[in-house]
Design a protein around this ligand. Structure first.
Ligand code: GLU
Length: 573
């Protein structure tokens, strides 16, 4: 079965390489791990890897390759991310030895309000119902953010970075098994005019191996390439987006060209924590990812994981405890810091995390994990509950020949986002990451919706540094609220157990946020269930489709890994 798929997919890639006029023959099973000296990209689709690798080979920077790869992903991995969505990018500038973070998160339009996810009777709307159509579409932030990063770190011309995606959109690319499988299983996408014609020609879902062209997207990319980001945020493209949201077949909701024109990408203060002599740095609010990773590792710093077998029950119990404590804080305190005061420094303060670590009993599960009082502040917020998703979103890691590193997670929220398309690209449903309930027992919820506010994310693009401030690891993942847990697994595998980054990525997923401990279905993790239950954990088993793509930097070379749960590869030189 796998053999059949393998050869078929290899064939597709040869053909794709032919179409995109490059000479690669790529078998994804041979490129799940990689080794390179000069530059590398680890990304969720082989065509994005080829595009990024080619830019790096021409002397492009990590940000240049990121732009080229993400434009290709918009086309070839449309279920996950694209120009109709948002992203967080963290960057290491080798010349200044500086870590920077860029926020391209979607923003609520002016029509948004705290009660927008409540029904007339005051109860929360149904999640899948409201994710469909116009209601949850945020103003896309990806293009503005990439333009900002390019202005600061681009080496090649902006226009050139769009050419691989434009060529593929015009010539076509072959549908992969994952894209075909998600199309076959989706019951809503085929009901939306515009989207239906693209993904279900003649009423049938596209199949693996079908050639798919997207001239409408090619046209948009050409305009953005030649005119710059304003082509997207003003004029015909912006008008088209606003109209698609306002006149959506399902849940039409006002969005105006002014909403698009008003979008601003932002640089945010980095969030870092010390872990075993390393400095782990990530994305601050409106993502909770950096705080979750920093808090969990800061708590685990009080235990010695390396004394245990990798991912043994003793170690897993500690990781779960630390992560549950971090999630309790995140649900309570974290949202868009432009709208509510998030006590970021207090949340990752080593003294506070030492106190949080004291809640963990090495032999027994905690019950009723509650948020702490970082900085002894009394806060008036209430926790917002978590929804579970995770078949969408994409993460990739890049290093260029100059030593710059980009680690970016991009998303349109759930698979195919709002399922509404305009001008060849899908629009996100990212506003469903707001809390549906604006208040809880009379107290405001930090992550309630508001005009121009950005919904809280879990996206965790991360760069780890050693004691000499040299980069060690770039990593991140898709996976909804499990993103931080997947990312932590890989960081711990590399730092505590000296695993090859590809092995740390492939190792079974075990995650706990607010709810029960989730073990990856059909993996070795299932065997931990009885022992964890005996310690008092509630355990369930689920498919867990992480999409980790990381690069580990050694003294004179680098190793990379792509998650075998998706279709990504590692390329470099
Ligand atoms: N919307 C999610 C977030 O920003 C990502 C979605 C996913 O990975 O499925 O945290």
């Amino acid at each position: 079965m796998r053999q059949r798929k393998l050869s078929q997919f290899t064939f597709l890639l040869v053909m794709t390489a032919f179409l995109s006029a490059c000479d690669d023959t790529i078998d994804i099973y041979d490129h799940r791990r990689g080794d390179a000296e000069n530059y590398m990209i680890a990304v969720a689709h082989p065509l994005a890897a080829i595009a990024g690798r080619d830019i790096l080979a021409q002397g492009g920077s990590a940000v240049d390759a990121t732009i080229a790869a993400e434009m290709v992903l918009t086309l070839v991995e449309p279920q996950s991310s694209g120009i109709g969505g948002g992203a967080f990018l963290v960057h290491h500038d080798a010349s200044k030895s500086e870590f920077e973070t860029y926020d391209g998160r979607e923003m609520a339009p002016a029509s948004a309000h705290p009660e927008m996810f409540l029904k007339d009777d005051g109860t929360p709307m149904d999640w899948p119902g409201v994710a469909l159509g116009g209601h949850a579409v945020g103003v896309p932030g990806l293009i503005r953010m990439l333009a900002m990063a390019h202005a600061e770190h681009g080496v090649m011309a902006w226009e050139d970075l769009f050419q691989p995606a434009i060529k593929l959109a015009e010539n076509g690319f072959y549908v992969t098994p994952r894209l075909a499988g998600l199309l076959a299983n989706d019951t809503e996408l085929r009901t939306v005019p515009g989207t239906r014609e693209y993904f279900y020609p003649n009423g049938e879902p596209l199949e693996e191996g079908d050639l798919l062209k997207n001239p409408a997207l090619a046209k948009v990319l050409r305009q953005v390439a030649s005119t710059g980001p304003n082509a997207f945020y003003a004029g015909e493209i912006a008008k088209g987006i606003a109209q698609a949201v306002s006149n959506a077949l399902v849940n039409p909701t006002p969005m105006t060209p002014g909403d698009l024109a008003g979008y601003v990408a932002k640089k945010r203060p980095p969030v870092c924590a010390t872990y075993r002599m390393h400095r782990v740095c990530g994305m601050g609010p409106p993502s909770s990812g950096g705080i979750l990773v920093a808090q969990t590792l800061g708590i685990l710093d009080h235990f010695d994981l390396s004394q245990y077998e990798p991912f043994s029950v003793e170690a897993v119990h500690l990781i779960i405890g630390a992560s549950q404590l971090a999630f309790a804080d995140r649900n309570f305190y974290v949202a868009d810091s432009d709208f509510i005061p998030v006590p970021v420094a207090a949340l990752v303060d080593p003294n506070y995390l030492a106190e949080r670590a004291s809640h963990i009993d090495p032999d027994k599960a905690m019950q009723n994990v509650r948020p702490g009082r970082p900085g002894r502040s009394a806060w008036n917020w209430r926790a917002s509950p978590e929804t579970e998703k995770g078949l969408s979103t994409t993460h990739f890691s890049v290093r260029d020949q100059y030593g710059n590193i980009a680690s970016m997670t991009a998303s349109i929220e759930r698979a195919y986002g709002s399922k509404h398309m305009t001008q060849g690209f899908l629009l996100n449903n990212q506003l469903t990451d707001f809390s549906f309930k604006p208040t809880h027992m009379g107290h405001p919820v930090a992550n309630a919706a508001a005009p121009q506010k950005r919904p809280r994310s879990t996206m965790s693009p991360t760069i780890v540094y050693d004691a000499d401030r040299e980069p060690v690891l770039a990593i991140g993942s898709p996976g909804g609220s499990r993103i931080a847990g997947y990312t932590l697994k890989a960081i711990i595998g590399v730092l505590d157990w000296d695993m090859h980054v590809a092995d740390a990525i492939a190792t079974p997923n075990i995650v706990s946020g607010g709810g029960p401990v989730t073990l990856e279905k059909d993996s070795d993790a299932e065997a931990l269930k009885p022992a964890l239950e005996a310690m008092g954990h509630k355990v369930r088993i689920r498919p867990m489709t992480s999409g980790l793509h990381g690069i580990h930097f050694h003294k004179d070379h680098m190793t990379g890994g792509a998650d075998p749960r998706r279709e990504g590869i590692v390329l470099g030189d």
